[in-house]
Design a protein around this ligand. Structure first.
Ligand code: GYE
Length: 307
């Protein structure tokens, strides 16, 4: 048993830190890389991990959180599928004295004391970066530039924020028009299906696709090709995450740019959990450093990608 070990952390009383982690699902390459990173970081003897997959359903996450509370885990960490609707269950965790660490996605609560800290990317900035890439890419073009948008999961922080950041930047340039915007739930299958519908409805009049993640863009690329069009040229495409599949699509000339969103949060999360458990002060918000990659950089960058 791990109960005799020092567990590597200072301040440890020799007992493992039991962590209940509720994951969103397995909807994308980003998510599977994130799960791997979390599982690799929260290992014995220092940690005992209770991992639960919500399959993109908030009700499953609420159940998982309640079961973590009933089991009296030391720390709850979770990536909330949507932003709203967490007050009640978070109050239950607080009443049970279990600290909550948000990872990847934020919640919208009026009572700030319901979680200790949030580690994740700046999704608004990612949306802005996608738009800035598009403006650069459209240099010298006359309008209108007709954009379709594949949104992430309805009500999720990354969908809300990426939409907002993107809009904020393109609104300053009257050439750009978002002609269709619909959710593809962050999956390839839905991305493809919704893109098919966009192509039909717009009758070929699409210049740009902005997808809230790479997986939906990859699904959409299939739809574009099946419609007899060339992804990357007939329709310019920018998406978010920077997963291996996106770099491969860029290398093949089918995706124009991807905005990085780093899923490898495991080590930083482990450190936050250690600190929170030991009663140390932690920052309220921990952000992740990220960049933007374009088609011409894909072949050189591909071997360096870690997810
Ligand atoms: O971009 C998407 C995943 O919350 C940042 O969720 C994450 C997003 C990521 O499904 O691929």
């Amino acid at each position: 048993s791990g109960s005799g070990g020092e567990g590597g952390g200072e301040g440890g009383e020799g007992k493992p830190i039991t962590v209940g982690f509720s994951q969103v699902g397995a909807e994308s390459e980003w998510r599977t890389a994130n799960t791997r990173s979390v599982k690799e970081a929260l290992v014995a003897p220092e940690f005992r991990l209770r991992f639960s997959d919500a399959q993109q359903k908030q009700e499953n996450q609420i159940k998982a959180l309640r079961s973590f509370i009933a089991q009296r885990v030391d720390v709850i960490a979770f990536s909330p599928v949507v932003e709203s609707g967490w007050e009640t269950v978070l109050r239950e965790a607080k009443a049970a004295n279990i600290p909550v660490v948000l990872t990847d996605r934020a919640v919208d609560v009026s009572d700030e004391s319901l979680y200790v800290t949030f580690i994740g990317s700046d999704f608004v900035e990612e949306g802005r970066r996608a738009a800035r890439w598009l403006i650069e890419d459209s240099e010298g073009k006359t309008g209108p530039v007709r954009i379709v948008e594949l949104q992430g999961t309805v009500g999720s922080a990354p969908a809300n924020d990426r939409m907002r950041g993107f809009k904020e930047v393109i609104e300053g340039d009257s050439r750009f028009q978002i002609v269709r915007s619909q959710s593809g739930d962050f999956t390839r299958a839905k991305g493809k299906e919704v893109m098919e519908a966009f192509i039909k409805a717009e009758n070929g009049g699409i210049d740009v696709l902005f997808a809230h993640n790479d997986d939906m863009a990859i699904g959409a690329i299939q739809a574009i090709e099946e419609a007899g069009l060339k992804p990357g040229s007939d329709i310019r495409i920018v998406s978010i995450d920077g997963v291996r599949g996106a770099f491969e699509a860029m290398k093949a000339g089918k995706l124009n740019a991807t905005v990085e969103c780093n899923p490898l949060l495991g080590e930083q999360l482990a450190q936050l959990i250690r600190d929170v458990h030991a009663g140390r002060e932690v920052p309220r918000r921990v952000t992740v450093e990220e960049g933007v990659y374009t088609m011409d950089q894909a072949a050189a960058e591909l071997p360096n990608r870690k997810y």
